[in-house]
Design a protein around this ligand. Structure first.
Ligand code: NAP
Length: 329
């Protein structure tokens, strides 16, 4: 039987990876702090990766495959040092945020990365931590795979970004929905289950962007709207009016998720040629959207969210951006 160690395994993506390995018939062990459960059928070792003896319980075994999702370079380097000699294969989940240039369209894996975080510095710098973590994993040579996902979407997404749009169209009923500028904007996502399947089956090799096809943002939002059955108006607001109202780009509270500033027009256009060539599957976007809509309905479209506007905020901003001659189109 294949022995797999997931460093993590209790989070959203790492839980799906653990589940994927279980379905493939592997013996799965997860290592995490224990606040959340591992998937049924997986063993959970409770350990804190900040502790010096974090890997004591798993370092006496040989592993066919180790998977790490940490965004802390010190955790990743510590795991490589403690377990690297005991792992036949190693998969590290990095991010497309490692790339330094967010303007060039269609860039592939050879694009320059940010500078790595140095020891004990830049702990809150996600990109620098991921770059330093990738460098630590590179020490494993041909046994390692570094996967760089872009925006991961699907049911259960704790970031609430893609799901915001399903919720926004569902909760509006026949009312208006506020949209960001769409001209020249793209959306590029990967379904969490496509990504998990790839991470279970992919062979080691050079780093690979794990992402779907780049599509016009307007097309993606229109597909979500159709699936949600929204028939009210859509109001595309000017960027400067949204910014004046304190609306944030991309993620988090008071944002319009997936909306990117002009200086990031290449961010959601990266090449997925290597992902496809190495066996990565991409399900139809409509399948993902249908699952996200069911998930948003089940979780409650008016729940407190990590990303997006509340309906009250959206209505207030709609009123503000449609006032006056330079208002919304
Ligand atoms: N969401 C996106 O769109 C996106 C895009 C690109 C890349 N990514 C990457 O995708 C991955 C997401 O994975 P995920 O959903 O499984 O993340 P997650 O929910 O943050 O889970 C991280 C795992 O590590 C464990 N963990 C965290 N701190 C620990 C510590 N000090 N000691 C031991 N275990 C610890 C967590 O369990 P406990 O908390 O119980 O310890 C959990 O099992 C990350 O690598 C992220 O950077 C995400």
């Amino acid at each position: 039987m294949t022995d797999v160690l997931i460093l993590g395994g209790t989070g959203w993506l790492s839980g799906r990876i653990a589940h994927g390995w279980l379905e493939a018939g592997a013996d799965v062990t997860c290592l995490a702090r224990g606040g959340r459960a591992a998937p049924d059928g997986a063993a959970l070792i409770v350990a804190d990766r900040d502790a010096p003896d974090a890997y004591a319980e798993v370092a006496h075994r040989e592993w066919d495959h180790v998977v790490d999702v940490s965004s802390r370079a010190a955790h990743v380097a510590g795991a490589v040092a403690a377990l690297g000699d005991r792992a036949a294969q190693w998969t590290y989940v990095s991010s497309m945020s490692v790339y330094a240039d967010d303007m060039t369209a269609g860039a592939d894996e050879s694009a320059p990365r940010h500078a790595p975080a140095r020891d004990g510095q830049g702990e809150d710098d996600y990109a620098a931590q991921k770059v330093a973590a990738e460098d630590a994993v590179a020490a494993l040579g041909a046994r390692a795979l570094v996967a760089r996902p872009g925006l991961i979407v699907g049911d259960g997404d704790p970031s609430d970004r893609f799901g915001y749009w399903a919720a926004a169209f569902l909760r509006a009923a026949d009312g208006p929905v506020l949209l960001p500028p769409l001209d020249g904007k793209t959306a590029q996502v990967i379904d969490v289950d496509d990504l998990a399947a790839f991470l279970v089956t992919a062979s080691p090799g050079s780093p690979v962007n794990a992402i779907g096809d780049a599509r016009p943002l307007g097309e993606v939002l229109a597909a979500v709207r159709r699936a949600a059955g929204h028939e009210g108006a859509t109001v595309i607001a000017d960027a400067d009016r949204l910014v004046a109202q304190g609306v944030e780009y991309w993620m988090g509270p008071h944002s319009l998720p997936l909306w990117l500033p002009e200086e990031m027009t290449g961010f959601m256009t990266r090449s997925n040629a290597a992902y496809r060539a190495r066996g990565g599957a991409l399900r139809p976007l409509a399948d993902t959207i249908a699952r996200v809509i069911d998930d948003e309905r089940a979780r409650g479209v008016d729940r407190e969210r990590r990303a997006g506007l509340t309906r009250a905020e959206e209505l207030r901003i709609l009123a503000a951006v449609t006032e006056g001659p330079a208002g919304a189109r």
